[in-house]
Structures are given as structure tokens and as C-alpha cells.
Design a protein. Sequence first.
Length: 252
Amino acid sequence: MVEEWQIATLAEKFPPQILKQGSQLIAKVLSEKANGLEVESDFGQQGQWLQVKARGKDADAFLNLLRQELGEAPLSRANLEKWDVVRGFIAGAGRIGYGVYVDIGIQDPRPKDALYPLHRMRAQLADGEPRSAREILDANALVDCVPLKMIVTELEGENISVELDDQARDNLVSWRKYPFDRVIVVGADRAFVENAVRASGLESDVVKVESLSLFVQSVLCKIGTEAPGVIAKIGNRLRGVGLKSYRTPVKL
């Protein structure tokens, strides 16, 4: 009897750059997560979300590990309730003036992004000042595919409204408290970015590379190192990857 596959759609969205690179990088990441486990795994897409299937003695443990680390996408609007905490990804940053859309993984009955409305962006990230959505996004390095934990605040028909949960807000606000620039890298895993840092001779300029998601990294610069300078040196080794400067301190 052939063992059936177990399937989980994780709260992990593929940046377009990853989709262009093909499956090799994703397979490598999953292989690292399965290290030491007796499990056979494969993956696919549910929309742009990572769907993993596994079978074998440790299939449950493997999928539960991924769920714990990355979360699980709700997929259906029917699975969503007010005050749920979900993992979402910025979508269409700066394209509308009344907030920003966040993809939280809703595919059924049709794909639907949630709205992080401007008045909540101002309250949470601009100390209530009348800044535009684009200004707030730029000041916090919130570009497409950056992941955020969100709270579902309104469900009206198909429309979904969200805002940052306390931890996500505190993380963003804390960036402004310390004199460190950052480079946000969209479309590469941490090992790839760390190798690029070393190959560019930037080890003395970078504190560490932090993973925001599997394929979105934050390069934390040392005091006195400016993010645009890091991008200038590292850009040739990260062709086709999204790079965004975060300058600090930022006064909104």
C-alpha cells in the first residue's frame, strides 16, 4: 500500500524573483528543514503560496515544524474570523492612497487581499501624523513581499481589514530607535545573501543577516555604514533580487 501524502499550505509567499529562479532554491530550503527526519517531501504552489506535501515516518513532525515556524495560510474566507492573527505579505505598495493591501492567503471563493487602512497606518507607524501611505511605507522599508503579522479587524462581505499586531508594530518601531541602516533583500534565502556579503568584502560593515521570511532578508549594517553604499557593493552579486534601503534615524 502506497503511503498517502500529507499536505500543508504554509503562510509563505513566493516573491516573483523566486518563481523566476525555478525550484532548486525552494528544494534546498526544504531539505535543510528536513535534516535528520525520515521524510520524503515535495512542494508546489497554491496561488503564490508555498504548498508542501510530505510522507514517511516523520511527515507529521516535518509539517508541524513548518507550520510552527511559518504559519499556515487560511486559504478560504470561511476560515477567517475577526481578531484572528495572520501572516501577510505587502502587495502593491504605494499604488493606492488610502492604505496598502496585504495578501493574507485568501484564495476561496476568489483571491482577495486585505486592506491595511491609512488611518491605522498613521496611528501605528506615524504617531497619528497626517502622512501619506507612500511616506509611511518608505519610512519603514515596507515593499512588496515583506511579511507582517496582522490582526483581522473587520470582515464585511468579501472585504477584509487588518492592522499590525503588537509584536509586528514594536519590531518596526524598534528599528527607528537604533542607529543602524538596513538593506531589505526580496527574492533570496539567507545563505545566498550571507555568501554575497562575504564575497563583496562587507563582513566588517554588516552585523548580521536576519530572515524576515524564507525569501526576504534584512541586512543589518554596522553603525556608520550606510545602506545605499552596501547596495552599491553587493548589487552585482544579487542581480534580479529586490533591494531597498532603510535609513535611520527616520523622523516621521
